[in-house]
Design a protein. Structure first.
Ligand code: PGA
Length: 254
């Protein structure tokens, strides 16, 4: 067990799964497994249509609600998009820059930087995803790649508030091929050091999570590392008992 001065964070990213009834059912089951856990920060990010209908369930729970994405503009002619303003009364966090959004929807570091700014302006904590593709990993260029992502995302943000960064190597997502915890610790340590060199971030409360095929079997291998402050969970967060085990194990050990 590591001696932490803060509590670990677990984020559930449900992606495009669960209509309202299934989402409600899953929330009730997850709460029955681990709503009593107070020494782990727990954030569930359902599809956006379920955020407001689920809000009442979360109000008296130990869980927080988050979004999976937001638009960087406050309003306007952006068909199909949702602004922070529309969600800010219901969420405390929002994932931005997930690799699925970068790859499928062509989001750039610049767009992600604007999204982070829009969230911070509204006092919502951004969960900023970074991570390298397999070819970069194989060439041993991950540190440079991630530092560049961080540099471009953070160059325009002036702040001294809370930010979460999720390191998710693209090759480890959704395929039962989790990254080696020692490798993740190395990348996160270097990323933290790099961000400390950006002067305007000195007072920022930065947490670093790992994401990519996290399960109840491997979660402690990550959270027991010195610089890994929690996990972002995709597929395993759709199974209440599995997600409950992840939270309970961190609560006891990580
Ligand atoms: P996974 O997804 O846990 O299913 O690998 C993680 C993510 O995409 O955030």
């Amino acid at each position: 067990m590591k001696n932490k001065s803060y509590i670990s964070t677990v984020v559930a990213n449900w992606k495009m799964h669960n209509d309202f009834n299934a989402a409600l059912d899953l929330v009730i089951k997850i709460f029955s497994y681990c709503n009593m856990v107070k020494n782990v920060e727990k954030i569930i990010c359902p599809p956006v249509v379920n955020i407001i209908p689920l809000y009442d369930q979360f109000k008296n729970s130990t869980f927080s609600l988050g979004a999976q994405n937001i638009n960087e503009n406050s309003k306007g002619s952006f068909t199909g998009e949702i602004s922070v303003n529309m969600l800010k009364n219901y969420i405390s966090h929002a994932i931005i820059g997930h690799s699925e959004r970068r790859v499928i929807f062509n989001e750039s570091n610049h767009t992600i930087s604007l999204k982070a700014k829009a969230l911070l302006d509204n006092k919502i904590v951004p969960i900023i995803c970074v991570g390298e593709p397999i070819d970069v990993y194989k060439k041993n260029k991950s540190v440079d790649f991630i530092n560049n992502q961080l540099f471009e995302i953070f160059s325009e943000i002036q702040l001294n508030s809370e930010i979460v960064i999720a390191y998710e190597p693209i090759w480890s997502i959704g395929n039962k091929n989790p990254a080696d915890p020692i490798y993740v610790e190395k990348i996160i340590t270097k990323s933290k050091d790099f961000l400390c060199t950006l002067k305007h971030l000195r007072n920022t409360n930065l947490k670093f999570l790992y994401g990519g095929s996290v399960s109840s079997k491997n979660v402690l291998d990550y959270t027991n590392q010195k610089n890994i402050d929690g996990v972002l969970v995709g597929s395993a967060s759709l199974d209440a008992s599995e997600f409950g085990k992840i939270v309970l194990q961190i609560s006891k050990n990580g």
